[in-house]
Ligand binder design. Sequence first.
Ligand SMILES: NC(=O)c1ccc[n+]([C@@H]2O[C@H](COP(=O)([O-])OP(=O)(O)OC[C@H]3O[C@@H](n4cnc5c(N)ncnc54)[C@H](OP(=O)(O)O)[C@@H]3O)[C@@H](O)[C@H]2O)c1
Length: 328
Amino acid sequence: MNHRILFRAPGGPEVLEWAEAPLTAPGPGEARVRHTAIGVNYIDIYQRSGAYPVPLPAALGFEAAGVVEALGGDVAGLEVGQRVAYVDGPTGAYSEARNHPVARLVPLPGSISDEEAAALIFKGLTAHMLVRRVWRPAKGEWALVHAAAGGVGLILTRWLATEGANVIGVVSTEAKADAVKAEGAHSVLIVPGGGSYGDLASQVRRITGGKGVRVAYDSVGKDSFEASLDSLAPFGLLASFGRSSGALPMVDVADLGRRGGLALQRPSLFPHVADPVDLQAAAKDLFEAHVKGVVRAHIHDRVPLREAARAHRLLESRSTQGALLLIP
Ligand SMILES: NC(=O)c1ccc[n+]([C@@H]2O[C@H](COP(=O)([O-])OP(=O)(O)OC[C@H]3O[C@@H](n4cnc5c(N)ncnc54)[C@H](OP(=O)(O)O)[C@@H]3O)[C@@H](O)[C@H]2O)c1
């Protein structure tokens, strides 16, 4: 019998259930994918906790790698036995196998393993969006990266640094700071869990010779939002792409003007890859960057799929560096 993880009410990791999920034959335009590695992402926690409400009961997970096991009708360009990965809905990646729209599957090249793909495709395509669509790094410009030792953070730091940006990473521990430096960050600032971001902007200004950063990539949200705005150079950009510490504040647009003609963007991976042509092109860029060593898959740990609640506890406890994988 096939199994998946689902939840019937929002709550803590304990709401996650291991449930039977009978498999049907793939419909037109679908393929059945047998998962080999599943990526855990912070959006899974937002959905499980109710921060992003979803219709219930709900399956979880946007990201997995695996092998095509069967094809529905009207499918061209994909074969049984082919290795693939995907990054978007419908949710249900936390499963042993499932049917998925063929248009959303990315064939995997031989240069990347299934585990690397599951660690990279969602987080790496998010970094691709941030360095290609949101702000293209220029040599010598300053960039602030919050949660720099996280799943997205390590990939983003390395990509920015490789292209010549001066990255200031923000993390909560010395061990995480070492990991971020190893990816090429210029400097790393430590804000311990439960600590204040009140002093962050002045530290950023000290490092940048008073100028501030050209761009701040902020996935922490509530706790760091003001410090990110205060860290920007005139006409700088705050790319606010997550909220691991809580919901974002309301913004007075005129205030952005008073603070130096600042720009604010809320980028999302889903529109970045909504067009299947964009999805395949972005994945090609990502796989090439992987071959060149511009991005690396950082696997913090592998957790049995059945123990998804343990993986959620790990991610929420801020104890991970890089990606967590669920293994069916
Ligand atoms: N917009 C998009 O399309 C998109 C796509 C992918 C990811 N994201 C966002 O990017 C962020 C990173 O995702 P990820 O899956 O790679 O997770 P992650 O960065 O591996 O984990 C979250 C990290 O956030 C930091 N953090 C700061 N304050 C926190 C708090 N109060 N509670 C929990 N964590 C806190 C922690 O790092 P420190 O302990 O070092 O502070 C923690 O390790 C998330 O906010 C996610 O929603 C957005």
